[in-house]
Design a protein around this ligand. Sequence first.
Ligand code: SF4
Length: 488
Amino acid sequence: MSNPTEKIRCDACPVLCYIKDGMTGACDRYANRAGELVRVDPHIVLDRTLAHGGGVVPFGSRSEWDGGLVAEAPRFVTAIGAGTTYPDYKPAPFIISTELDGIDMVTVVTEGIFSYCGVKVKIDTDRHLGSECATVRAQGEPVGHVTTGEYGSQMLSLGGVNHLTHGAKKEGRITCETLLDLCNRKPVTLTIDGGATVVVEAGKPPIVNGVPEERMRVGCGSATIGMFARQWFGKVDEVIVVDDHITGVLSEHQAGKVLGVRETGIRMNGRRSTPGRYFSVAEPGAGWGGTNLTDPLAIIESFDPKRAWPGLTLFMVSTTGEHAAYFELDDELKPIAKPLPSAMADAVERIRENCEPALCTVLFMAGAGGSLRAGVTENPVRLTRSVKDMLTRVTCGGAPVYIWPGGGITLMVDVTRLPEDAFGYVPTPAIVAPIEFTLTLADYATLGGHISEVRPAASLSPRDQQLVGPDETNPWPLDPAPRGTKSL
Ligand code: SF4
């Protein structure tokens, strides 16, 4: 019998805190409650009969265990709040049996401690946030870098073992805090060396230099021409879609050629890639189409007097429709700004309509192919093979994950698909993330699982557990994967 006046030692992570009665350990995940070491947060169990978001009820309030092996409603025991075992050779905190269509299944549940982890952040904006490889900082500390941009989005790679463990102590602590906040869908302010300040919050629009981003671009400048050339044909003589990457020019573009758009003799700045497609027309920035342009005419070198004509009409627009202008050439072939005709205003509106809302996406990425496998099986490589052979399904808090091909169990999960506050941390520093491995009982025995630890979900103590409704966009974690699904 433990003495409540004594400190007790938490052995759930390498920090090995001594915790006084009524206090929590360094990570706030474990506490000393009258001499008993307890996991502080509720253990989340998904209940398919509850609506997503609304249904949070104490586990025991709906039904008490009747002694059967199957609970009254289809339920999935997640690892959120389940706790961690340390050292890793001990069996995972919960190894739960379920019967599914007459087949005995097992779900191995643990809160994994990930030193090798980070987030990939996709920020839907054309605005230049920073150069590739530029350092990304939180609270002044380096926490990651700008990585390769994607179509309509700027990308950040944050965290990782180097920032967590190789820098100064403060760098590791702030990196961990930043990852934790991003994974738990809290807003985080990031500054990029030589670039922008951006507030990132999973599932919300980015705020770039204090301005909320509204729209993701419809496409690059060339793609925009390809999409809408027919709608512009006959209403204007020339169209330039300004884009930091590929600026499109209608009369030279293949779309214009096919439609029979007359040559306008326009001469563009920048580097011509293929007809009607120009690279590097300006520097990157927060102006027109992700360039630094405030005056779009700066990208036009001149008009060839042999081909251009006075009265030629020119429509210039950015890839989001945020910027637009209309010009007519005067007798000296100089563009003179004119009010936007209604047909071109409609064109701007059509571009805007086709832009998707700008969002931040945060994918948690971690390596689960390490020591936590020992909590699942005595022969860890068999778990890796079982995952690769799709005999074992991996989920995070019941959410589907993508498993990278190749060695290890390197997973990615969209943090918005997990229940709220699913992530934690330990001050080693590392992120604590829920992870569940589900497979048949027979396969579990074959891979050397801790069979003696298997128990039915209904036998779990209802204390400190909560039933929540699953995210309805997620596949039910116990349902068989659709045929041909490589990994979820
Ligand atoms: S940091 Fe948390 S998990 Fe680690 S020993 Fe302390 S209380 Fe336990």
